[in-house]
Design a protein around this ligand. Structure first.
Ligand code: CA
Ligand code: CA
Length: 184
């Protein structure tokens, strides 16, 4: 049976900024050869042919929240994303599909390590969109951002009084998404 919801989807508006760039290390088609995703650095990637599978490794801590997303996707369609814990690389821990969630064929997920697993190594596995009828090649970037949960909890504190709240940054009240550029 699938684990209960592991990754919650957040409406944070994030984008790529000028950060250091890494390049995926091929072959990274298996868990054993996964490329390590580094916090707050762009990972330059590509699907070089229809047999390419890209697996990335993330060292996740139970005291942090994570945001993983792709950008600048030049593939013909959104890629397929799955996520696994090192203790069971047969069980996709994502419920639902974040494929294409970030628009323009990009995925976006955010959340924290599952309580039953906790801190450890997790894998993001990217594969071709299903039902490929032609070449599925192109470039894309992946980015990982983490934030300590205590920092999130205190993001808008102190706001115990109106006076204190007025001293904090404004939160959107028009239904728009909270931009968190300032956290990066
Ligand atoms: Ca690749
Ligand atoms: Ca690969």
């Amino acid at each position: 049976m699938k684990k209960k919801l592991i990754f919650l989807f957040f409406g944070f508006l994030l984008g790529f900024i000028n950060v250091q760039a890494q390049t995926e290390i091929e072959p990274n088609n298996s868990f054993g050869s996964a490329t390590l995703l580094i916090d707050n650095e762009d990972m330059q990637c590509s699907f070089s042919d229809n047999t390419d599978v890209d697996v990335f490794k993330i060292n996740m801590s139970a005291d942090s929240i994570y945001h993983i997303y792709s950008a600048d996707n030049s593939l013909p369609s959104s890629m397929n994303i799955e996520m696994f814990f090192e203790g069971d690389t047969t069980l996709n821990i994502l419920n639902g599909s974040p494929n294409g969630r970030a628009g323009n064929g990009n995925f976006r997920i955010a959340g924290w390590s599952p309580q039953e697993y906790g801190s450890g190594v997790y894998y993001v596995k990217l594969t071709h969109a299903p039902l490929i009828t032609g070449d599925y090649t192109g470039d894309y970037k992946v980015r990982l951002i983490s934030q300590n949960l205590d920092e999130w909890a205190n993001l808008h504190e102190p706001d115990n009084t109106f006076q204190e709240a007025f001293g904090q940054f404004p939160l959107p009240v028009d239904g728009s998404r909270l931009a968190v550029w300032f956290l990066i």
